[in-house]
Design a protein around this ligand. Structure first.
Ligand code: DQQ
Length: 700
């Protein structure tokens, strides 16, 4: 921490200069056509609403099924008629367009001006009918203190407020206080990265969900803005839930989000920037005709949420995915629209998998088959791309993904390996990482993944800390064309700018049972890269040694369980006497007669505190027989340990709560607890500086 504070002046200058660069860039580009103010129309709408409220005395249209401004949603699944599809599919969209659209597309609509026009032209009575559900009884009092704890029910906690403060992260995104969950609608707009997030602005636990909003010029330093949206309409009064951004043809972003209505039904709502020339996108207008989508027949009203970023079909219509379930079959429904307001459900699902339960927070995007780390904009498809479908599984609270082919004639997705279908195979992260969402960063031509890291301490500790949850570092994602089977994930390059002093270890043989301190590597803010010889390759002369098959999974093991090769790796956030330590290790088990590598984060000795999660997380790491090195990057940020193995093929994120190994008392070791020696090729550990995260108003 001493290091962090000594560099803070320098960081201030750096950030202020970044800010001024962004604002110079941003002020040089406004398009006159976008200078549309909706303040006057909103005032007019408010007046109309007032008049309408007087005219109508009975709110007779509270129920969704009676919502008159949408002719009935879609009659039932299977009856909606798919819109026609062009036949020259491969040639449809090949170019990488900035905002997910192609100039050659024959789209019927797609401008901000059109949207505002439709917003303005709803009649006063239509608006009244939409608003009629705003019964005051559905508002929850916002100032009532929580009553869920009594003094008697208080759990033992070894932390005082200083220790709590030490668990706050230094370079991961988190709000100043209170509760956060899913990342929402991440986007890049005229010099600024925007992150919206599910946020309870009043308490450190879930509820009263609004959209928090922060902006950055580098994805690392952040400025908090006022709430982007609050639950203030009948169609979102129980929560402004998760949503995604899409750029209209003219480059204006809009968002579709799930509202939890006054009757706790889930509907999809549209919102757009009140002033697109404000590149901070501070004010959002909810479309007067909301909701634009209600649960179709056959779908429970509580199982219809989290619209994806939209993409464009060959017919020029927008497509959108929404997650749901039928009994325990997880499904991704797909809708079409020409104007983002009127949506038609397709007969077939984008995808479905039995037994996986409710699919939340769907994400659907293309990746480059060549293995280039360059991202691919969401509407692009063709022979050069594969598609990734991701779902957050409500039953298990785990994020799964699957790679496959998008059949753009039938709007369905075909997994490459049905045995590893969505929910059965790959995960982005085998630790704590949920409700993730990607976006295409047109600024750098890359696709970036955000994911929510929840707490695993007690609710009472969260309340005493005054905050709960962080976001994982933004990760660049792309297709691994070496394995041809998984994505690669890597912290965005901007994280490298936070590296400060470093220590290194030369090539060393770690004998069985050795624990070696990395001198100069203490601290709770570290970025560590290390490589080992792959002990199962000929480099160690052990290729032919194969043990009897062993059943192994990280969840059943710890760093104390000795194997032949492994566990070996790092101890981070370790107290001097090793009473506390979080180990990140490789372990090789023989499965089906072949050495199989695992990467695990063992939290079993991470804290002396009770009431926290101390499981071991991790999974298999694909390591080819020809690969003679094993690599791992471990990022430590006070209460977070993020592990990226073998270039990002397998990632594991831990949430740990040391009580001794805090700040500079946290030490770093390498170890080998396997029977056989292993060779550490190299290790470099950088101290990482704290980033700026402040209210925008404080830097004006
Ligand atoms: N979080 C949101 C929902 C979403 C869930 C509510 C996933 O929209 O399904 O805060 O964490």
């Amino acid at each position: 921490m001493a290091m962090a504070s000594s560099s803070s002046n320098q960081e201030t200058h750096l950030y202020i200069s970044l800010l001024s660069t962004a604002s110079v860039a941003s002020h040089s580009t406004p398009s006159p056509s976008l200078r549309i103010s909706v303040k006057a129309p909103l005032l007019a709408l408010s007046l109309l609403l007032f008049v309408a409220c007087i005219a109508f005395t009975k709110p007779a249209f509270l129920r969704l099924s009676e919502s008159p401004s949408k002719s009935s949603p879609v009659p039932s699944h299977g009856t909606a008629k798919p819109t026609s599809v062009g036949s020259h599919l491969n040639s449809a969209i090949k170019t990488n367009s900035t905002h997910g659209s192609s100039p050659s597309m024959q789209r019927k609509s797609g401008s901000y001006a059109e949207l505002v026009h439709k917003h303005k032209t709803l009649s006063g009575s239509e608006i009244y009918l939409k608003q009629a559900g705003e019964d005051a009884s559905f508002y929850q009092p916002k100032s009532t203190a929580p009553t869920i704890f009594s003094e008697d029910g208080r759990l033992y906690s070894p932390w005082n407020s200083t220790a709590y403060e030490s668990l706050r992260t230094a370079f991961h995104f988190q709000p100043e206080s209170n509760w956060m969950n899913d990342p929402n609608a991440p986007l890049y707009y005229n010099g600024w990265y925007h992150l919206f997030y599910q946020y309870n602005p009043y308490y450190a636990y879930w509820g009263l969900i609004s959209w928090g909003h922060a902006v950055s010029v580098d994805l690392i330093h952040w400025l908090y803005l006022d709430l982007a949206m609050e639950p203030d309409q009948w169609y979102d009064i129980n929560g402004v839930w998760t949503g995604s951004a899409t750029f209209l043809e003219d480059g204006t972003p809009l968002v579709l989000y799930t509202g939890s209505t006054n009757e706790s039904a889930q509907v999809q709502n549209l919102a757009f920037p009140s002033d697109p020339t404000d590149f901070l996108l501070r004010n959002w207008t909810k479309y007067a005709g909301n909701p634009v989508l209600v649960p179709p027949t056959g779908i429970l009203s509580t199982d219809f949420r989290d619209p994806t970023t939209a993409w464009i079909g060959t017919d020029g219509l927008w497509r959108l995915g929404i997650g749901s379930k039928l009994e325990q079959k997880g499904i991704a429904m797909v809708y079409s629209s020409s104007d983002f307001i009127n949506w038609t459900m397709h007969e077939n699902y984008l995808h479905e998998v039995e037994g996986t339960g409710m699919w939340e927070c769907l994400d659907f995007f293309p990746v480059n088959m060549s293995g280039s780390a360059m991202g691919v904009d969401t509407s692009i498809y063709g022979e050069d791309v594969k598609h990734v479908l991701k779902s957050s599984m409500d039953n298990s609270k785990l994020d799964f993904y699957v790679i496959g082919t998008y059949d753009y004639e039938n709007y369905t997705f075909i997994p490459d390996d049905p045995s590893a279908d969505l929910g059965l195979g790959l995960r982005y992260d085998y630790g704590k990482f949920y409700a993730s969402k990607t976006f295409y960063d047109a600024n750098e031509g890359r696709r970036i993944l955000w994911g929510w890291i929840n707490e695993s301490d007690s609710l009472q500790d969260d309340i005493e800390k005054g905050w709960a949850s962080v976001q994982a570092l933004p990760r660049q994602v792309w297709f691994d064309n070496v394995t041809q089977a998984n994505l690669l994930q890597w912290p965005v390059d901007e994280v490298l700018d936070l590296r400060r002093t470093k220590v290194t270890l030369e090539s060393t043989v770690l004998e069985s049972g050795s624990v070696v301190e990395v001198s100069g590597g203490s601290g709770a803010q570290l970025d560590i890269e290390l490589t080992f010889n792959n002990p199962t390759t000929s480099i160690e002369g052990h290729r032919d040694i194969v043990m009897a098959d062993e059943s192994y999974s990280c969840s059943e093991g710890t760093a104390a369980r000795q194997g032949y090769y492994g566990p070996f790796g790092l101890l981070v956030l370790a107290s001097e006497d090793l009473q506390e330590q979080t180990s990140v290790y490789f372990y090789f088990a023989t499965i089906n007669g072949k050495w199989t590598a695992f990467i695990c984060n063992d939290q079993s000795r991470s804290t002396l505190a009770s009431e926290v999660d101390i499981a071991t997380y991790g999974s298999v790491v694909p390591v080819l027989e020809t690969e003679t090195s094993l690599s791992v990057r471990v990022i430590v940020d006070h209460s977070i340990v993020e592990t990226y193995a073998q270039g990002g093929r397998t990632c594991v994120t831990s949430r740990v709560y040391p009580t001794l190994a805090l700040e500079d008392a946290a030490q770093l070791f390498v170890f080998n607890n396997g029977t056989m020696p292993v060779t550490l090729q190299s290790l470099t550990a950088w101290q990482v500086s704290k980033v700026y995260m402040h209210a925008y108003s404080t830097v004006q």
